[in-house]
Design a protein around this ligand. Structure first.
Ligand code: E4P
Length: 218
């Protein structure tokens, strides 16, 4: 399973990189807005410090404009994956961009039918939003399972990216369901390392060692 960082913040990207477990970065217009820097500039900065797929989302609402915007974003850096919303106009844009060899991440996917359409259009990645489905009282993970099954049935090459991830359980369940990628906010990434028994166990090991060899605490 690939881990992507769901952030447009340069400090978070730099810190996450140090762990050496990040394969890509996803951004969206809300995350870019939080940084207060125009999208092309911020995406270039991320690509300057990170070697891997970086998703950058279009903000137009017609296929024609999305195609133009997508081409522009793809020009920023060879690692840019153009994120396009899963609406009718978006699918037209994805078909066109895919034919031009521009990789797309089809976002805001909330049903298996939508995911089928994205794969048919040649999407490189589809992003089902599990957390937002859970918020409505439905099991978001069922959507990941359905999409993975359908893509396997027909050997679609589109990668399933579990998005809108809220905690480490989402990551584990998405991995069990066969999601190719999980995109994680920085705080979820940090959670993956944490376990109270690890901390307690380590404390005990170090205390025992100090006692036995009468070392001063470090
Ligand atoms: C995915 O690429 C999106 O940026 C993101 O996962 C959305 O998550 P949210 O529902 O927490 O905003």
């Amino acid at each position: 399973m690939k881990f992507f960082l769901d952030s447009a913040n340069l400090e978070e990207v730099k810190n996450a990189l140090e762990w050496g477990i990040i394969d890509g970065v996803t951004t969206n217009p809300s995350l870019i807005a939080k940084e207060g820097v125009p999208i092309e500039e911020q995406i270039r900065k991320i690509c300057d410090i990170f070697e891997g797929d970086v998703s950058a989302e279009v903000i137009s609402d017609t296929a024609q404009d999305m195609i133009k915007e997508g081409r522009r974003l793809a020009h920023v850096h060879r690692n840019v994956v153009v994120k396009v919303p899963l609406i009718a106009e978006g699918i037209k844009a994805v078909s066109r961009l895919s034919k031009e060899g521009i990789r797309t991440n089809v976002t805001l996917c909330f049903s298996a039918a939508q995911a089928l359409v994205a794969a048919k259009a040649g999407a490189y990645i589809v992003s089902p939003f599990i957390g937002r489905i859970d918020d409505l009282g439905w099991p978001g993970m069922d959507l990941i399972r359905d999409i993975v099954t359908i893509y396997r049935n027909y050997d679609f090459k589109t990668q399933v990216l579990a998005a809108s991830v809220r905690g480490s359980l989402h990551v584990v369940e998405a991995a069990k369901a066969g999601a190719h990628i999980g995109t994680l906010p920085y705080k979820v990434l940090e959670q993956l390392f944490q376990h109270p028994l690890t901390e307690k166990g380590l404390e005990q090991f170090l205390a025992d060692h100090r006692r036995a060899f009468e070392m001063a605490p470090v």
